[in-house]
Write a protein that binds this ligand. Structure first.
Ligand code: FMN
Length: 303
């Protein structure tokens, strides 16, 4: 049997395969040089970029939980100017597409970063982080109100011509309605899910482990929530859906693909196994060959 076609089409452009690495778990790629075979990645989704540098939240920013972890990084990043002068060079070296995750407190922040990305050839597309639960202003507010999300996506569409992926939050009542709002305003694809709001309490200190109280829960614990979200969203829209949340094996990835995802991202699992994306891709290929699929695009639509 010939090798299956693993390419993923988004807005007339192509990702070489469906397995990407999730925003915030891969930095801008430099820490993973020598640990992860970036040539086998479908895409690197960078850490969020905001107009100004952000130091992020006070430590501890991470707490281990059953089958996952809680993080409250607070969008720590070097800011747009340092991204353009330092990080772009790292993205240029990547042998796979680089998708820049964009965040902000107000709409003008998103527009400023998106406008700057339009000029950067090594950026394949952008992912709008409208779903970060770990900052006090912005982020999440854009992803929980369909009208607000529609205006944001529409405004970004006007200044950015390459693929726009809107990253959805699971912390909403009707994720299908939010997904439709992003699609109607011109999003090319949707990624879901971002983290779920969670809290861990230190019972002897009688305080939350994370100083700001809540954080974002990720890892295997959230996978069933992510798979259900992808299923609902892929029924609600006609644009590609990129699934993530708790993927740490080819079988996990297959759950998302069968539920309606066109591609997937691996996040928390990278911390334990930086080379896991290649193994997940290998497992997807084996599944396709054994089950008689020749195109990744044929994997969904069964339920
Ligand atoms: C330490 C950490 C930092 C993250 N930073 C971002 C970020 O900057 N932008 C974003 O859209 N998502 C961010 N996320 C969310 C992940 O991209 C992903 O949506 C989530 O962790 C679920 O996937 P996983 O269970 O495979 O980690 C972050 C997650 C973690 C664990």
């Amino acid at each position: 049997m010939v090798d299956p076609d693993l390419t993923v089409a988004i807005a007339g452009k192509t990702l070489p395969n469906p397995v990407g690495v999730a925003s915030g778990t891969f930095g801008f790629g430099e820490e993973y040089e020598g640990l992860t075979d970036t040539a086998s990645l479908g895409a690197v989704y960078t850490k969020a970029v905001t107009p100004e540098p952000r130091a992020g939240n006070p430590p501890p920013r991470l707490a281990e939980t059953p089958a996952g972890m809680i993080n409250a990084i607070g969008l720590a990043n070097p800011g747009l100017a340092a991204f353009l002068s330092e990080k772009v060079r790292i993205l240029e070296r990547l042998p796979c597409p680089a998708i820049v995750n964009v965040a902000g407190a107000v709409m003008a922040d998103y527009l400023k970063v998106a406008e700057a990305m339009e000029e950067v050839d090594s950026v394949w597309g952008i992912e709008l982080n409208v779903s970060c639960p770990n900052v006090d202003h912005g982020g999440m507010a854009f992803g929980t109100d369909p009208k607000v999300l529609e205006s944001l996506t529409y405004a970004v569409r006007k200044v950015y011509s390459k693929p726009i992926i809107v990253k959805l939050s699971p912390n909403v009542t009707d994720i299908g309605e939010i997904a439709r709002a992003a699609e109607s305003a011109g999003a090319d694809a949707l990624s879901c899910i971002n983290t779920l709001t969670g809290m861990k309490v230190d019972v002897l200190r009688r305080q939350p482990v994370i100083p700001r109280g809540t954080g974002g829960l990720s890892g295997p614990a959230i996978r069933p929530v992510g798979v259900a979200a992808v299923w609902k969203v892929s029924k609600a829209v006609g644009i590609p859906v990129i699934g993530l949340g708790g993927i740490s094996s080819a079988e996990d990835a297959m759950e998302y693909l069968l539920a309606g995802a066109s591609a997937i991202q691996v996040g928390t699992a990278l911390f334990g196994e930086p080379d896991i994306p290649g193994r997940i891709l290998g497992g997807i290929k084996i599944y396709m060959v054994q089950e008689g699929f020749s195109r990744i695009a044929d994997l969904h639509g069964f339920f």
